[in-house]
Design a binder for this molecule. Sequence first.
Ligand code: PPE
Length: 312
Amino acid sequence: MIESELIWHNGELVAWEDAKIHVLTHGLHYGTAVFEGIRCYETDAGPAVFRHTEHLDRFERSAKLYYMDLPYSTEQLREATHELIARNGHSSCYIRPIAYRGYGQMGLNPLEAPIDVSIATWPWGAYLGEAGIRDGVRAKISSWERISSRSLIPQAKASGQYLNSVLAKIESVKAGYEEAILLDEHGHVCEGTGENIFVVLGGVIHTPPQTASILDGITRRSVIQIARDLGHEVVQRDIARAELSLADEVFLTGTAAELVPVREIDDHAIGSGRPGEITRALQAVFQDALHGRVERYREWNDVVAVTERAGA
Ligand code: PPE
C-alpha cells in the first residue's frame, strides 16, 4: 500500500505512522466494526468525492444495525474527509472510514466498549487490474455461500462479515481466477466478494434484488440509473446459476473495482469472451460520471472546496 501523510482519528489529524490501536481493541477480536469504501476523482472543479453522502448514510445505517451510535454526524465526517483529502494533497484517492469498538472491554457484550472512528485515504489503482477493466476478468462460482439474514446482516458493511468474502476470494485466487461469485442461501446468484453483479440476457440487464442478500451497492444504484437513462431495461430479479453461463454479458460493480467486465465464469466464455457492447457503453458513461464530465450526474461529485485545499 502506498502511504499518505495523515489519518483522521477521533477528530484529530495524526501522522500515518502514529495511527495505531491496542491489541485488545474489541473490533480486532470480534469484527465489531463497520466501514465504507469511497473514491475521490479528479474533475475540472478539483478533487470530487463520488456519491459521498450516500456512502456516509450507508455508514450510519451499518452502525445502527450493529447498535453503534456514531459519535460524529455524517456532515462532520464529510467535512473531515474533505480536510483530509486537502491536507494529503490528493487529486484522486480511495477513502476508508471505519467505526470500531475500541479498547477497554473484552467479551461478547460490546455495549460498554468505546466507539472510535478513523478515516484513511490512499491512492488505490485498478482493484481487479488494468487488464481486468479493459479485457474482463475470469470468475469462479464460490463453494462458499454469501452470508444471509439468518446469521448476519447482508445489508450492513461490517468488518466481521468480510470473512465470508475473504474465504471466497482465497478459494478463487488459489484456483487461478481473479474473482469469486457467491450464490445466496437459495442458490441464486448474489454478488462478487466486493462487487455487485449484472447479467445481460437478450438485451435486458438483470441484477439480483435487495432480498438476495446483496450489499446495496452505490455503484450498483448509479449504474442502474445510467442504464435506464441510456434507454435500457433493468430488471431486479433472482438469477439462476445457469443464466450466468448463458449470458451475453456479465459485469461487476463496486467502488474499488469500478465497472469490470467478466469474460469467463467457471470456464464458460461469456458471450464472445470479450467485454460486450452494453458493458462498454455503461463503462464509458460511468467513467465520465466519476470524473464530473456528465452534467446530468454532476450532483454525484462532491467537490473538495478550494479553500480547504489551499489550507494544505
Ligand atoms: N458487495 C460487497 C460485499 C462489497 O464489499 C462492495 C464494496 C459492493 C458490493 C459494492 O458496493 P459499492 O462500493 O457501494 O458499489 N466493496 C468495497 C470494499 C472493497 C475492499 O476490498 O475493501 C469497495 O469497493 O470499496
